[in-house]
Design a protein around this ligand. Sequence first.
Ligand SMILES: [Zn+2]
Length: 355
Amino acid sequence: MKRPLIAFGFFAVAWLALDVATAEAAPCLVVTLTGTHGGPQQPFNGLASAGTLIRYGDDANNCGIVKLQFDVGRGTTMRLSQIGVGTEELNAVFFTHMHTDHTEGLVDLVLSRWAFHGTGPKIDAICSSDVASPQGFTVSCRNFVAHMADSFIQSGEIAQRHSEVKERTAGGPSELVNTITFDPRDEPQVVWSSGDVGVSAIRSTHMPGHASYRVDTPAGSVVIGGDAASDALVPPRRHSTSDQVERLAKGADIIVHSVIHPIMGPGMGSDMYPYAYYRQSTATDVGAMAQRDGAKYLMLTHLIPSLGANEQYPFKIPGRPLTDADYRKAVQDGGFTGTIIVGTDLTSLRVPTKQ
Ligand SMILES: [Zn+2]
């Protein structure tokens, strides 16, 4: 009986010593949903479109050494301003895909850097390399970034502002972006890193070039699924979630994922286009995936339909508007036993949680 007690005593002392050594600068991670509205163009109730801010650091700098923005939907800069994060503080933006509800806030974000921080530093933009769609056109994040301010160049606005303040470079905001592209693959690949923070990407299905990301830090790991869905675009299929995202998220602490509620499915009365329904992951299947992955937290975002909405224009909401409890139940139906966070704009999660 004596030996185990001595061993326990030794480890207890070692644990205390470690605790003291790291207490002044305990690493921490904050995940903030900068926009939770899903789908193109039709705004609802002032919600911003898709985006997730991930901050990493330690207690001494309020978890703020590295700031990464995943997707930049409409209203992103407004939400960042509400939490006191200046656009010039971001190290990098990542795009899951080129649908406008995930991208249209970029020009706003980079224009604000260009107007007052034109000498840099540049911001990294990480996204898929050019990909040919089955219909024969090209999906190009690189071109999107290069031409994001073309309308303001055409209007003369960029030249006007440049004539007033030379630090606002003549070429406009695109010159302030360092675009980094990668070919999405079925296995994770590191696409960006800085110090303790590494970001990996994996191919996922939604539209051509869609990718999902995982951020690993000493404080924890977060997966950003984006609008990922199963490679099998129509039933029969085992689930609506992406097998690649499931691999990427194995052992992750937090999964942030777009969801569609099963009531929007074909035959339920929403009249939603079946292809648009099937290319999203259902809240129930995301719950089941998060359980298989062993995630502690599941943050739902890009909710289709939005909480309290009477319609998901132009589609109907069968029955009554959905509540937080409806999404929670859908996730629990999938068997998830961790913490469910039904996202609304500026919902935040910090790990480790503050005592
Ligand atoms: Zn979307």
